[in-house]
Write a new protein. Sequence first.
Length: 314
Amino acid sequence: MALVTTTEMFKKAYEGGYAIGAFNINNMEIVQGITEAAHELNSPIILQASKGARAYANSVYLVKLVEGALALYPDLPVALHLDHGPDFETCKDCVDSGFTSVMIDASSKPFEENIEITRKVVEYAHDHGVVVEAELGTLAGIEDDVKVSAEDSSYTNPDDVEEFVTKTGVDSLAIAIGTSHGAYKFKPGTKPQLRFDILDEVVKRLPGFPIVLHGASSVPQEYVKIINEHGGALKDAIGVPEDQLREAARSAVCKINIDSDLRLGMTAGIRTVFSENPAAFDPREYLKVGRKNVKDIVSHKIKDVLGSEGAALK
Ligand code: G3H
Ligand code: 13P
Ligand code: ZN
């Protein structure tokens, strides 16, 4: 199977009450860890690359790495997605180079401007058989070099969503309901709680329409502990409770974005090897431990959080 768009994936996920995991890729080991897990569990998967990932690895390598995974697992439904596309040109470049889905993130711009940029991307992408995700509302945290403070973040206003989707023709919509990017999502001592009331209001206005959750890492404490026990310094790293993500996946949320958890897994693996064997200097020795953690984390998400196990067979 060649790369697919997310259209069919989202339709089945919506009807089946599960979500597709969108995992960020930056290098070969991460692509391998994610796709090995998805293959073993017959789960459709979205591999997404940010502007920073494309600059780090060179987008050509990322596309070829994903093609490599498809050559190994020809029956696996895989979409290649641009995460947080900052402008039309970046989206166009991805459409032209084999991505099957792009996100245009103009969520920090005024509403009308967000509509205008998104519509331009949709026109170009749809002409080339590529689907588009856009965002309304602003998440706190750091994406590439853009940092949004908690004070400047804002929940999605459900009254805006219908107009936005109608005027842009976008295929899926990322909303802000209390998640944020990175490993420090909630203040220590507070109870993390997503705003399901906002999600419900959005769904009322957009019945059947696929919703996307960014900033959905759970920051597994076992990996934070391993990192800290092996020389790391991640204090008060807190993520989204997995039961709340499972609840979101059962409703209109069809795509759940996870990056930080993979970073934690990779880091925990590498730190463990280095601290237990300071003489290690073969990159294969430490990267394979990180890769195994990435695979374990993705397997857990597919089985216990997203609910997408076996969906590739249906
Ligand atoms: O949303 C942000 C993702 O975690 C990607 O992060 O922009 O540092 O590659 P990045
Ligand atoms: P996390 O930082 O919670 O993993 O979010 C990733 C994300 O939203 C990528 O777009
Ligand atoms: Zn994001």
